[in-house]
Design a protein around this ligand. Structure first.
Ligand code: C2E
Ligand code: MG
Ligand code: MG
Length: 646
């Protein structure tokens, strides 16, 4: 039998070029890359043994039988191992974000052991191949070679499809295309076995994997030539899955924005390049990443820490970073602090770990942190809490599950419930009820406050349309608007549409606006005027907690003022004339006054005497779910009825 070696020789040259280039370029320290190297090296060895054994088989007269057997045996063993490594590589790739059940690994190991045994047994049984005086012959079990290849390819494809959600799109299509090439190669080998084509197809598949997955340039930041944040995430996820511990040093730039403004983008980018080079060289045993906004991350495996990253080296590096950087034209001054996250920290989820890092870097580049720091367990706990609240918040928004509690507002002169304040809550299976003090600031930051506002408005309107008739004394419900909501272009439209859809008169909705909102006067006044035209009334919330004053308030069309509980309590702690005078001043201007934080009968009595129009506080009721509120109002009405009857 003769074989055609020409494809194999070209394949060998191309594979050498690819491997050489890969060896010389920087690589991320992840298991997947090591698998890729194993696969490429294995392919190289299989190819070499293929060429050698084929050439020996063609010249069998020149070799003893044992040597021919050994050469062919090595080839077949490598051939089977290569199929298995391709499969193991696929599992590693699919599992970089998810844990893959061990069933897949175990099945792979059992199968490859079986196939290798069949190949090895050929020495005695001639099952797959045998050598005699006339040279090489395929044995009766030769098709096992095809079977094992297709079995591993099909199993690999199954893993890819089953765990598709954990694989990035470009990676998924890259490896899928490689599988298609390998399958095509399998069929070609069946059809044209004397061409030794399988190696060429393998080389093509490896090249495709390189271009779509392992090409380091895909994850490099162009100014610093360092790995980018996406690469960092990939490494963190993998280290977390595999259990590699690492120490992280963040070099946080505190004046990046100003630097760009002062020195210009071009000069700043040039400096970033210099810093990248400096950090790469200084921390040569670590991996350096460029995060963004002038922040760098140095990741060192825990086992290398003591030897390569001493505190001496670290302080020298910070010192150097804070010295001027010369671009040839100007000197650029930067201000860096370090943040360290030790490998001993216990962080259970990788998402939390990444969130903690993002959070800290963000705080650093916003200027909230301006000195060196070490992330400790309490910081992680705080971030975990915030992270869980954020998740609960986005779930609640998505599922329309923002709850509305109602707290009664009492008319001071009659003691009757005339209104309520709508206060939002989130119910989380893990954290229980989460209060707005915790999630409203997060929602303001992320912009989801608009959706919360809309849900609160909708649920309040639904409540009024369903139960308004049964609660004739309930004249209004107050809804809170945060400063960010007040600036929203769609606010007016939403507040026009939703009450209309439920047949609720806008005059029954009182909008509470906090002092902070009074900063951007023009936009706010415009929005208030438009909403006022539809019939909404406005109340200034939290008066006394900030810097609003009578003059400022005069410029806006408020119907009433809500006294913040801090000033109400301050008065009862140390009574004087400030609070009574403030109340009279507002009343004198025709505004209603609501006192918040009324916790005792005595407070209620005195505040009534001072002339407060409405009272609100735990003395009457805490904010309660809507059904409970209905019960409360009815009971209150009955009591009032009994009082007047007797
Ligand atoms: P706020 O508008 O000043 O609401 C009054 C807060 O004081 C409520 O806290 C209420 O439970 C609490 N409170 C009332 N009476 C007493 C009392 O006698 N003693 C004590 N210790 N507290 C009392 P809550 O519900 O935690 O809300 C906190 C803040 O979150 C609200 O302050 C409001 O500014 C904001 N908020 C609540 N719901 C929403 C919402 O749907 N949208 C917006 N934008 N903000 C909201
Ligand atoms: Mg309020
Ligand atoms: Mg308030």
């Amino acid at each position: 039998m003769t074989w055609n070696l020409s494809f194999s020789l070209v394949t060998a040259v191309m594979l050498c070029i690819l491997l050489g280039y890969y060896a010389l370029s920087p690589r991320l320290p992840i298991v997947l890359n090591r698998f890729f190297v194993s696969l490429a090296v294995l392919e190289m060895l299989t190819l070499a043994s293929d060429i050698i054994s084929t050439w020996m088989d063609m010249n069998y007269q020149d070799f003893p039988i044992w040597l021919l057997t050994a050469a062919n045996m090595v080839y077949f063993l490598l051939y089977v191992t290569r199929s298995y490594v391709t499969y193991a590589y696929t599992i590693s790739l699919a599992g970089s974000r998810k844990k893959i059940p061990s069933f897949y690994r175990v099945t792979g190991v059992i199968l490859v052991s079986l196939f290798l045994l069949v190949v090895l047994s050929s020495v005695f049984t001639g099952a797959v191949f045998f050598i005699d005086q006339e040279g090489y012959h395929s044995g009766p079990f030769y098709p096992v070679i095809y079977v094992q290849m297709f079995v591993f390819l099909i199993m690999g494809l199954q893993v890819l499809i089953r765990f598709r959600s954990g694989i990035h799109d470009s990676v998924f299509y890259g490896i899928l295309a490689s599988y298609a090439i390998l399958l095509a190669g399998g069929f070609f080998r069946l059809a044209f076995s004397h061409f030794l084509l399988m190696d060429t197809f393998y080389m093509l598949a490896i090249m495709l994997l390189y271009l779509t997955i392992h090409n380091a340039d895909l994850n490099r930041e162009s100014r610093t030539m360092l790995f980018d944040y996406q690469a960092f995430e990939q490494v963190v996820r993998e280290h977390h899955n595999v259990g590699i511990r690492y120490h992280l040093i963040g070099f946080v730039n505190c004046n990046y924005k100003e630097t760009r403004q002062i020195y210009g983008g071009l000069q700043t980018d040039q400096v970033l390049g210099q810093i990248g080079k400096y950090l790469r060289e200084t921390f040569y045993a670590s991996t350096v990443f460029y995060e963004r906004a002038g922040c760098f991350l140095v990741m060192t495996e825990a086992k290398n820490m003591q030897k390569y990253v001493t505190s001496d080296l670290l302080s020298k590096a910070v010192q150097r970073l804070n010295e001027p950087w010369d671009t040839g034209e100007i000197k650029v001054y930067l201000h860096f602090v370090t943040g360290q996250m030790s490998s001993d920290l216990e962080i259970h989820s990788v998402d939390l770990e990444l969130e903690a890092i993002r959070n800290i870097l963000e705080k650093g580049s916003n200027g909230e942190i301006d000195r060196d720091f070490v992330v400790d367990q309490s910081m992680i706990k705080m971030i975990l809490r915030e992270f869980t609240v954020k998740k609960a918040l986005s779930e609640a928004i998505r599922k329309d599950e923002i709850m509305v509690y109602l707290q009664p507002i009492i008319e001071a002169s009659t003691g009757k419930i005339v209104g309520a304040e709508a206060l939002s809550r989130i119910q989380d299976p893990e954290l229980g009820i989460i209060s707005p003090g915790e999630f409203i600031p997060l929602a303001e930051h992320s912009g989801s406050i608009m959706q919360i506002g809309k849900q609160v408005l909708t649920k309040t309107c639904r409540f009024l349309s369903e139960h308004g008739k049964d609660l004739p004394g309930l004249a209004f419900i107050n809804i809170n608007l945060s400063p960010i909501q007040c600036m929203d272009q769609e606010l007016v439209e939403t507040f026009r549409e939703v009450p209309k859809a439920y047949g609720v008169e806008p005059s029954r909705l009182h909008l509470e606006i906090t002092e902070e909102s009074l900063v951007d006067t023009e936009v706010l006044r415009g929005q208030m005027e438009l909403l006022g035209l539809y019939g909404f009334a406005f109340f200034l919330d939290d008066y006394g907690s900030g810097y609003a004053n009578q003059f400022r308030i005069k410029a806006f069309p408020f119907s009433g003022i809500k006294l913040d509980m801090s000033i109400v309590w301050a008065h009862f702690k140390d009574p004087d004339t400030i609070l009574p005078n403030t109340i009279s001043a507002f009343l004198g201007r025709g505004l209603t006054v609501t006192a918040e934080g009324v916790e005792t009968e005595e407070m209620a009595r005195q505040l009534t005497e001072m002339g407060c129009t409405y009272l609100q506080g735990f003395y009457f009721s805490k904010p309660v779910p809507m059904e409970e509120f209905i019960e409360y109002v009815k009971k209150n009405e009955e009591m009032n009825q009994n009082d007047t009857d007797s």
